[in-house]
Design a binder for this molecule. Structure first.
Ligand code: DX5
Ligand code: ZN
Length: 220
């Protein structure tokens, strides 16, 4: 049986001194997407990578670049991230004065639109935009760092979103991000997630056996 669950490994837990090789290894290990966490030291208390690095990494794989922007303001950087080769551009509604405008901007560059909800962010922030988005990223940790503990309190929100998506007959990917491991991934999938982001579990468990870890998450 083939699973419909997609795995989006976060390169935040990769060895940054050889990012290109790490992405090739994820590609060969069966990753569906490559999750790129972009942090600005302002919207979140950590700084990671920008569009120039994404552009350099783009040629190493054909896999979908699932770019999670944790930056504020966001609009003025959309063009750079689009031109760098992002496929899905996800932003936080709190990081823009006008969510509709940011959605339009991402679409203008023919990229898939993702919106992300932090653990305490309410569905009402995005509800009226659902017809225009491709992906919802539900955060199960406070954004900022890899290796944090999964917050099961977000599961009801995931369930609710799944219900809304089904009722409205929409085609939206539901992605969960933060603290995903072999024990909680089934709960996330049962609650409605069809894309799992994982950094530490994929890079650190089973002595970093990427293939094994990806397939264990997928088949749970
Ligand atoms: C947190 C990031 C996540 C995180 C995933 O702000 O958005 O993508 O790094 O890493 P783990 O799986 O270690 O929680
Ligand atoms: Zn992320």
């Amino acid at each position: 049986m083939t699973s419909n669950v997609k795995i989006s490994p976060s390169i935040l837990s990769a060895d940054f001194s050889k990012l290109g090789e790490e992405i090739v290894a994820l590609d060969n290990a069966g990753a569906d997407y490559i999750h790129v966490d972009v942090m600005d030291g302002h919207f979140v208390p950590n700084i990671t990578i920008g569009p120039e690095i994404i552009k350099k990494l783009r040629p190493v794989t054909k896999k979908t670049f699932d770019v999670h922007l944790m930056i504020e303001p966001v609009d003025k950087y959309i063009q750079s991230f689009a031109e760098a080769g992002s496929d899905i551009i996800t932003f936080h509604p709190e990081a823009t004065p006008n969510t509709e405008q940011t959605i339009k901007l991402i679409k203008k560059f023919n990229k898939k639109v993702g919106v992300s909800l932090k653990p305490n962010s309410n569905i009402s922030l995005i509800e009226k935009f659902l017809e225009n988005i491709d992906l919802i990223l539900v955060m199960s940790v406070e954004p900022g760092f890899a290796g944090q503990k999964f917050m099961p309190d977000v599961l009801p929100k995931l369930k609710k979103l799944k219900e809304i998506i089904n009722n409205k007959n929409l085609k939206i990917d539901l992605e969960i991000d933060g603290g995903i491991n072999f024990d909680n991934c089934k709960n996330a999938i049962d609650a409605g997630a069809n894309v799992l982001v994982s950094g530490s579990t994929i890079f650190k468990q089973n002595n970093g056996d990427l293939k094994k870890n990806i397939s264990l998450l997928r088949s749970s």
